[in-house]
Structures are given as C-alpha cells and as structure tokens.
Design a protein around this ligand. Structure first.
Ligand code: ZN
Length: 291
C-alpha cells in the first residue's frame, strides 16, 4: 500500500498551531538497559539521578510560573525509585505517560516481550502514582510494528514516537480494537542531541551552548507555528534540568505561551482533540526491501 501523508488539522478555539513541552524522566533506566554494568559506576548513576532529584523540581517550578501543564514520560523503574518525584509531577497537575519499565526500545523484540514491558510499566505507574496513563512514548523512539496493537489493546489513546508528519494523526491498528492517535516527534527537538555527554556511554564529547539549542528550537517553533503544525519539545530532566539549560527552556516556553496563537497543552489533551476530529486512520505497513 502506498503511504499517504497526514491530513491537515484544525486547532481548537481558532488557534493556529499547537505545542507541548514533554519530558522523558529516564533517570538511571536509559543507561542501565544498555549498560547494566554501569550500575557500579557511581558518578554515572549520579549524573542520571540529577534528573529526578534536582531537574524535575526546577522544571516544575518553571512550568508552574508559566501556567503550563506538560507531559512527563516516566519509565516504571524511575517511578519505583523516585516515588516522591513522580507524585510531585502529578500534584503539579501534569500528565504522567508511559515510557517502558527499564527503558526498553520495542523495535527488535517479540510482541510477548514487549507486552511484558508495557504491563510492568503500567503496574509501576499505578502503584506509585495511582495513574493509568493514556499516552506512550517508545524508549529511544523505537516503536515496533506490533506496538500500536499492544497499546490499543491496553486502552492507550495515543503514542508519541513517530516522525512522518508535522501534525498528529489517527494511526490504523491492524488486528486491533481501534485506532491510535499518533503525535509525531523529531530528533531536532530533543535535548539529548545538544547536551548529552557521558564518557563511554553516550554523546560526542561536545556539549552545546543552551543559546545554540534555543536557537534551533525557536526557529522550528516559529516555522511550525506558521505551518499550523504541532511543536513537540522533548527534554530530559537530567540534561535540561541544569540551571542555564532550564533557563533557555523557560525562554522557549514563554515564547510559546506569549505567542497568543499557539495552543500549549499536554499531549493527552492534544490527542483528545485529534480523536474528536474523526480523521481517517493512516495505514503504515513495513516496507518490503525485496519489492
Ligand atoms: Zn527515554
């Protein structure tokens, strides 16, 4: 089947575009999944724990001051290890969404294994925060072709891991009970590419200036606004929770709020709006390299 582009979206209350500030609270999980032996590297673990211990509280203060509610993707492991942080996110009125248990990327694992990760993550968020999330983001943004069905079967409303549109859309779920709203992301709007440097684990060794990061994100925000798209910023509290980076993100949030024509909302609210539009679901099948 020939892939078709997403349909244009009309935003609520006459707004021209939408924006969400999302946060992936990976903490230690993203490192431990790829490098289990790093559990014994005390400094590396402290680099990751900065996120829930210092970054999240700072970012919550910024969001509160700007009157913005964000979406926080929390791996189950993070929820179990930092219950007070996760409860503070909920108490701040923000959305908690699913991000695996130990940050397991679904691509490349069988459906049964992936289902186990989903269920373990759901149990942790329920136990710690009393939350049944409606949103999912694949760790490393590595969705599998069976993820949509597994998510729909568990009652998820949306996923936010794919990259083939400027606007959200309905994603067909082959063999599943319904469709899933997809809210696309992009690597240029991920702070990992600008800031992450962990010797022997991740990063190039080059840590970019928050000024440069802010310039990239602001240019994309303004262009996305003109295009009527959905700007989804992805920040990691262990990176963007650092003081000068949080200050840069604060500038970006202020720009979005002050624009007056952009709807700034949690992804769950954006997904509910998309669902209300009754869009035709897009069918996305794996390409056949032999075709
Ligand atoms: Zn992550």
């Amino acid at each position: 089947m020939t892939p078709q582009p997403a349909q244009p979206v009309v935003w609520p209350r006459g707004r021209r575009a939408a924006a969400c500030f999302s946060f992936d609270v990976d903490a230690e999980s993203a490192v431990l999944h790829e490098h289990p032996q790093a559990a014994h590297r005390m400094s590396v673990m402290s680099h990751q724990s900065y996120g829930p211990l210092v970054g999240v509280p700072r970012l919550l203060r910024i969001l509160d001051r700007r009157g913005v509610r964000g979406t926080f993707f929390v791996p189950g492991f993070t929820a179990r290890r930092y219950p007070d942080t996760v409860r503070a996110i909920v108490d701040g009125g923000h959305e908690i969404a699913h991000h695996g248990y130990l940050h397991e990327p679904p691509a490349g694992v069988d459906a049964g294994t992936e289902a186990g990760h989903l269920d373990r993550g759901l149990d942790a968020l329920e136990a710690v925060a009393g939350v049944r999330p409606v949103g999912y983001r694949a760790p490393m943004w590595e969705l599998s072709y069976h993820s949509p069905r597994l998510l729909a079967e568990r009652g998820f409303l949306y996923d936010s891991s794919l990259m083939d549109a400027d606007v959200p859309y309905e994603l067909a779920v082959p063999g599943g009970p319904s469709s899933l709203v997809e809210i696309p992301v992009q690597w240029a709007l991920d702070d990992w590419e600008q800031y992450c440097y962990l010797p022997g684990i991740s990063g190039s060794g080059l840590i970019e200036s928050p000024r440069k990061a802010l310039e990239i994100w602001t240019l994309e925000f303004e262009a996305m606004r003109r295009e009527g798209g959905c700007f989804v910023m992805t920040s990691h509290p262990f990176l963007s929770g650092r003081p000068s980076r949080a200050a840069a993100l604060d500038e970006l949030i202020a720009r979005a709020v002050d624009s007056g024509d952009t709807w700034v909302a949690p992804l769950s609210e954006i997904a509910r709006h998309i669902r209300s539009l009754g869009l035709r679901p897009r069918v996305l099948a794996p390409p056949d390299p032999a075709a």
